[in-house]
Design a binder for this molecule. Structure first.
Ligand code: WTA
Length: 635
């Protein structure tokens, strides 16, 4: 018997040791006993980090939707698979059973096929958090098409970049979306994006806000009539374990976004296994992850991980502040949520509001609380523990990445004693290492360094779509034979890990990864701007906020500064999305640069954070005088 479900600390250590001593054996047992394969693998694992090449369960064949849906039908067909809670609390929640999900996914899959989508084709999904979003992912997987979900807060230009990069044949969207009291014209954004996307042949449009939109002839169609007519069963396309399941874009420190490509078999095994253990999921539970399916957290822990375990997974369309700051807790009470998984930025925002918004509701159904996306500060951790968990629910601070596909370091609730701000211990099969700047592993405890992973795990991304060299350069070149995460971490006296933050030019704002380069590019396109540099600085709700240092062209010098600030932010909003807007913009006459012309962000970061005590040696700069001037004129 495999140890699919860990129940106490001693068992964790045993399982962990076994998983590291013989990873192939460990994962093979789990894969064999808990999943449905149409053909068994030839090899559990083949790998070579120098290429890099990683294959899990190669030669095996399966369809992930058979694992997430079909195999549950005879045991829990009438159980709720997806529990949809709409933006407006007066609109009824929708309980979609496994049987119904089977039918809806099948119909959707048949529509895709009918519209010419075949195995391997890319489908971009740009939808709000409505059931069609989860269903469209599964429909793609049903027929072996590769989905690429783009978060519906991204701008037309960001959407276009992603569609072009993966050469999508189809886009699935809706007429619009609700976000609290606002509506957003998603179809208008898609239309704008598609002006530059010649590969897209078809657009399917779900009706959500009933706005008056235009359908482009021969390209756009309403989804619902097609679904109504489609056949309610669809034979799953059997794919290879290493066939791509999805592409999901994440920001890099430079250049265009990286299309992380995940494959099928290993991703399924790991997302399911980690879900079961990190949330200690049991059959009668109601699990809720508040992330958007546009991010990896939604892929692995709203859709695939929970459904592979036959869970009930809540999908919430709205925002935590609508109609008031009690919405999350109202939903927990209403659906008797047992596991609740959210981001530190949401916790910080809610902790600022009146505590009555929390205490008014009965939260006694909760058993496990989780956080993800950025380091959680001690204050937020305690607020979450005291007021939401009422000191009764272990908090799982889960560290992982789009690239890792699943949770890597996290307590196992009721087993691992938690410690505020610590992600604690690696999950079975995960072998972290801390590295120093010279490429040597730092052994022992009470040390810190750059966080790497020494050995493959089943859900790791296999490549960057269309750019394997970049995959190698970004993740496998900093340290020999290691996957480099881009994060720094420390290991305390008992071996617990604490993630200290990014060590590259990625800034995490409200849990969203933002690369500095694309934002600077957007700013520099403003006609009055000569050059710019952005850095993160601490912000009490967002975790980090963005501070921009901008040099104007001579022509811009006479312009009103506040108008310019608004225009620059509008430019960022148009190119990337409102999440990338700058909190502060300081106009400067120069940027501190090294003699080779590289901007010294370290100095700018300190200035932006008001940490002027230790700026380091500035005398080697090309232009040391600008540092004083920037400090003098700081906002
Ligand atoms: C950060 C989100 C501290 C980290 C699943 C990582 C965290 C990046 C944590 C990935 C955590 C994620 N504590 N930092 N528990 N979880 N991060 O790709 O810097 O959106 O590299 O994946 O978020 O963000 P991504």
């Amino acid at each position: 018997m495999s140890n699919y479900h860990i129940k106490h600390l001693e068992e964790y250590f045993q399982v962990y040791r076994r998983s590291v001593r013989n990873p192939e054996n460990f994962w093979e047992e789990i894969a064999e006993e808990h999943f449905l394969w149409r053909k068994k693998w030839n090899n559990v694992l083949e790998w070579d980090f120098s290429k890099p090449e990683v294959k899990w369960f190669s030669g095996a064949q399966l369809n992930i939707t058979e694992n997430c849906i079909d195999r549950h039908l005879h045991v829990r067909g009438n159980k709720t698979a997806i529990l949809f809670e709409p933006n407006n609390p007066d609109e009824a929640a929708e309980h979609i059973s496994y049987l119904e999900l089977h039918k809806r996914v099948s119909k959707f899959a048949n529509v895709l096929k009918d519209k010419g989508i075949k195995k391997g084709d890319r489908v971009v999904i740009y939808l709000p958090m409505i059931p069609e979003l989860a269903i469209s992912l599964l429909a793609c997987a049903r027929i072996g098409a590769v989905h690429s979900v783009v978060f519906a807060g991204f701008s037309a230009s960001a959407l276009a970049t992603r569609i072009q990069d993966c050469e999508a044949k189809m886009v699935i969207t809706s007429d619009g979306s609700y976000r609290g009291a606002k509506t957003i014209d998603l179809k208008g954004i898609v239309d704008e994006a598609l002006e530059d996307c010649p590969t897209v042949e078809k657009v399917l449009v779900a009706k959500r806000i009933h706005s008056d939109i235009k359908l482009k002839e021969n390209r756009d169609e309403w989804l619902q009539p097609l679904l109504d007519e489609a056949y309610g069963d669809c034979v799953p396309e059997i794919v290879d374990s290493e066939d791509p399941l999805f592409i999901l874009y994440t920001s890099g420190s430079t250049g265009k976004p990286k299309g992380m490509m995940h494959t099928t078999g290993g991703y399924m095994v790991y997302s399911a296994y980690s879900f079961k253990n990190v949330f200690q999921y049991r059959e009668e539970d109601v699990y809720w992850c508040t992330a958007d399916i546009g991010w990896i957290t939604g892929h692995s822990y709203i859709v695939y991980g929970p459904l592979a375990n036959g869970a009930t997974t809540v999908m919430f369309e709205g925002v935590p502040s609508y109609p008031d700051y009690g919405r999350f807790w109202e939903i927990v009470q209403k659906h008797k949520v047992t596991q609740f998984y959210t981001a530190p930025t949401a916790i910080r925002a809610l902790a600022k509001e009146n505590i009555d918004f929390v205490t008014k509701y009965d939260l006694s159904s909760l058993k496990v609380l989780g956080t993800v996306g950025e380091p959680i500060n001690e204050e937020a951790w305690h607020w979450y523990n005291d007021h939401v968990g009422e000191k009764n629910c272990p908090i799982v601070d889960t560290w992982w990445q789009t690239e890792t596909g699943g949770i890597m370091i996290s307590p196992i609730p009721f087993s691992t004693p938690t410690k505020p701000t610590y992600a604690t211990l690696p999950l079975p099969g995960i072998q972290p290492a801390l590295m120093d700047e010279n490429g040597k592993e730092i052994k022992g405890n009470q040390v810190d360094g750059r966080l790497c992973i020494k050995y493959p795990w089943p859900s790791m991304a296999r490549t960057i779509w269309g750019n394997h060299q970049r995959y190698k350069d970004t993740y496998f070149s900093a340290f020999e034979n290691m996957y480099f995460t881009g994060d720094g971490a420390l290991r305390d006296e008992v071996g617990y890990y604490r993630i200290t933050g990014r060590v590259d030019d990625v800034i995490i704002v409200s849990g969203h990864n933002l690369g500095t380069a694309p934002i600077e590019d957007a700013i520099n396109e403003h006609p009055a701007v000569a050059e710019s540099a952005i850095v993160g600085f601490p912000h009490d709700i967002k975790g980090n906020a963005l501070y921009g240092f901008v040099i104007l062209k001579e022509t811009g010098e006479s312009r009103d500064r506040n108008n310019l600030r608004n225009e620059i932010n509008q430019q960022i909003s148009d190119k990337i999305g409102p999440i990338a807007k700058l909190n502060k913009i300081q106009f400067v006459t120069g940027l501190p640069k090294t003699r080779s012309g590289k901007i010294m962000r370290r100095i700018l970061r300190k200035i932006a954070s008001n940490d002027l005590s230790n700026l380091g040696d500035t005398s080697t700069l090309l232009n040391p005088e600008v540092v004083d001037q920037i400090i003098k004129e700081k906002l």
